[in-house]
Design a protein around this ligand. Structure first.
Ligand SMILES: [Zn+2]
Length: 51
């Protein structure tokens, strides 16, 4: 079942359903808001999100 699960995870990532965790957080200046750096636990993709 492990193979099937990892395949499912990969498909989820392909579809854009990543399993993000916060790896870095920068406190924003002024009205910009905070910036979070998120990394997917499964495929390792990193995105920047403004909160
Ligand atoms: Zn992912």
């Amino acid at each position: 079942m492990l193979k099937l699960t990892s395949l499912l995870y990969r498909v989820m990532c392909w579809l854009g359903f990543h399993d993000f965790r916060v790896i870095d957080r920068t406190f924003g200046f002024g009205a910009g808001g905070d910036v979070e750096k998120l990394q997917c636990k499964r495929c390792g993709i990193i995105i920047i999100r403004q909160t």
